[in-house]
Design a binder for this molecule. Structure first.
Ligand SMILES: [Zn+2]
Length: 302
């Protein structure tokens, strides 16, 4: 790997911090991982892509960025010659939708929650005209749930209200028993809480708990992002831990507000007790941002 490639791949992580080369090598040499029954993950740049690839079905979940999306599209076509039935966007953020551009002429349709195109457009508009010009939007949307049989798999989408954004989807591959959580799950890393994009921490807790109680005990979960020590797939225990973190975040902040502490005073906390693992190596989002978001949400409710 030459210096230019190294820098490219390092910046491609999108987390703004140099990581040890051996980790990068692992990260980039094995972008495709199979979970079970033709369902797996692809990691390169941005949110984890999930896929279903069999003789009679090809589905992608999330699109990363145009360049890595192209790598995914070429790679997944080595697994099956089937036409790409659909791309699903779990939510509107650029690291999950910018690659829609590469899927535009490949996927038969792009499916997302009904709030996603509007949120995507508003977010692109804040970045300027060039960004607006490069958006490709979902052309099929749903409100609370959506289901389609694809080959011998059944794909279920569900939206349980605002959480990470105002348009999050849980994608469940029923036969494989694998759920893609999008950014409802940052595995053991401080999450981005997009209040401008409609996030709600209180309901996020409910969404996570309802999801694990409605799925199987051995469902495998794919996470949008994760602490590299723990990975981007896991079990219901990982999802439960995230909901417990969000609950502890609200409790800590609520208690501080009751004691008359300011947002700045509360934001100096280095770690929430019991959630030390959330201080993920190389992760750029600090706990202080989460506390600030919790503070704003709680004050809004007063
Ligand atoms: Zn996101």
């Amino acid at each position: 790997m030459n210096r230019k490639e190294f820098l490219l791949q390092t910046s491609a992580l999108g987390i703004g911090t140099m990581l040890p080369i051996h980790r990068l090598a692992h990260f980039f040499q094995t972008p495709f991982t199979t979970i079970r029954r033709n369902v797996g993950t692809f990691t390169s740049r941005g949110g984890t892509i999930g896929w279903l690839a069999s003789a009679d079905a090809l589905v992608a979940v999330d699109a990363q960025y145009p360049q890595s999306a192209q790598v995914f599209i070429e790679g997944v076509q080595e697994k099956t010659s089937h036409v790409m039935d659909m791309l699903i966007n779990t939510h509107h953020h650029g690291d999950h939708t910018a690659g829609n551009l590469a899927f535009k002429d490949v996927a038969q349709k792009i499916v997302a929650h009904k709030n996603v195109p509007g949120l995507q457009k508003a977010s692109a508009a804040r970045r300027g005209q060039t960004s607006l010009d490069n958006q490709v939007y979902a052309n099929e949307t749903y409100t609370t749930s959506w289901k389609e049989t694809v080959g011998d798999e059944v794909v279920n989408l569900s939206h349980l209200g605002p959480a990470h954004t105002g348009g999050d989807t849980v994608v469940y591959f029923e036969k494989a028993n694998v759920a893609h959580m999008g950014d409802l799950m940052f595995n053991r890393a401080y999450p981005f809480i997009d209040r401008d994009g409609g996030a709600n921490i209180h309901n996020w807790i409910t969404v996570l708990r309802e999801t694990i109680s409605s799925l199987e005990s051995d469902t495998v979960y794919i996470f949008g992002h994760g602490n590299q020590e723990y990975g981007i797939t896991g079990s219901k225990e990982d999802v439960q831990l995230k909901s417990d973190f969000l609950e502890a975040l609200l409790e800590y902040t609520q208690k501080g507000i009751a004691e008359g502490k300011s947002k700045e005073e509360l934001s100096t906390l280095a770690v929430l007790p019991g959630f030390e693992s959330f201080n993920a190596p190389g992760w750029s989002l600090p706990l202080s941002r989460n506390i600030a978001a919790a503070y704003d949400e709680l004050m809004e409710m007063e």
